[in-house]
Design a protein around this ligand. Sequence first.
Ligand code: CA2
Length: 144
Amino acid sequence: MKILIINGPNLNLLGRREPDIYGSRTFEDFFGELKVAFPGVDLEYFQSNHEGALIDKLHEAGFSARGIVLNAGAYTHTSIALADAIGAITAPVVEVHISNVHRREAFRQHSYLSAKCVGSIVGLGLEGYRLAITYFITHYNTRF
Ligand code: CA2
């Protein structure tokens, strides 16, 4: 059972800058914890600061992965191309945001991606990724 986590721009800085908003853990450290917590899952992590690379990854994994957990960072609020990519693939996508985007600037309160995703988890910190994986295990535990 393969579940892919995709993080978008600037999320490689997690744990290194702005800990008041995004926490003080690196994603690499958290990902190690996820692999221990879900030993039966083939978990993969991909991060890119480039919109096209994120789209390529969705195309590459989007017809075979059991589910994709996507934090597209600021592209969430700008990218029709990413929305189209999510709409084009067969794997279900859960949108995750570490911060509560609805409590922040107005421009963060619209997502081009939400309507293409099976659901969204916002504001629960890194816990959102764990919840999304649990959702896929519970609801998509059969072969396509
Ligand atoms: O809350 C989220 O997860 C966001 O997707 C994070 C994006 C932001 O543009 C979205 O509106 C909400 C920004 C990621 C920036 O990550 C940083 C992490 C550490 C230090 C600086 C930036």
